[in-house]
Design a binder for this molecule. Sequence first.
Ligand SMILES: [Zn+2]
Ligand SMILES: [Zn+2]
Length: 303
Amino acid sequence: MSESAEPVETIRQPKFVITHERAMRAASNYKKSQAELLDVIFDVEDQQIYLQMQIKSLYQYCVEMLGLSEATAYSLIAVMRKSREVPALKESVVTGRVTLSKARKICSVITVKNQKEWLDLARVCSARIVERAVAMANPRSAVPESMKYVAENTLEFKLAVSEEWSQLLAEVKDLMSQAERRAVSSEEALFTLLQKYKIKTDPVEKAKRALTRKDSPLLPTTNCSREQLGRETKRTRNIPARTLHLINLRDQGRCSFVDRYGKRCGEKRWTDKHHIKPFSEGGDHSVENLQTVCWAHHRMMHR
Ligand SMILES: [Zn+2]
Ligand SMILES: [Zn+2]
């Protein structure tokens, strides 16, 4: 029996070693790839490769073109941006001393002054210890903003707030409770404020209200800037309010850029009004000649 057990043992040993070596090689390649990815992402941003490919952000490029997970793309970009300020952070990842995920963890606390301590900690300690040290140095980072389902139609919303914020909320709740003659919850108070803000400032809501009025005044607007369009002209750059409202209603206040796959951008932030026929070339402020575009797509159009 003991004679037959021996050959099995000698076969198992090399197999174990071979598998281990394969794992070591794969891990080394994985770390090398991460380092290479971080290195190249600087060039992608500097050369604005994503804009040339009609993709509006580096994040979208990482996820859609490179096929990276959202978390990896987020880490990569965060570390790259922080490394512009603290180049030693990039060096540590590229040379394999610190992993990308640990580098991401120390982004919120690392500076040129304290870089040595944080990079040493990230190199030597486990991810959990690094996380704890960051939370102690920057308590706000310990509570990342999150919203997740806890039941159907019920979400849990978590965020770190200042003492001043908490005091202000308490005062607003007092005012609302007094006005309503009942106890108003934090959720209700915030809902009321959010709703009021939306109705007051949403360009589509404003357009609906304004178009029922006859005498809309001219509004200043963030249309194509002088730098983007070239020389200054004597004609006014103010788009008539009525036109602006009509565009907002038509575009629903969202970027109307459509990519080559037919997908509309739809961004609601950082939007401008773009002249299809440039204002400097005699393009007018007609609804047909104007479109809502986000900052990134607007920049792309004027390249
Ligand atoms: Zn423009
Ligand atoms: Zn856009």
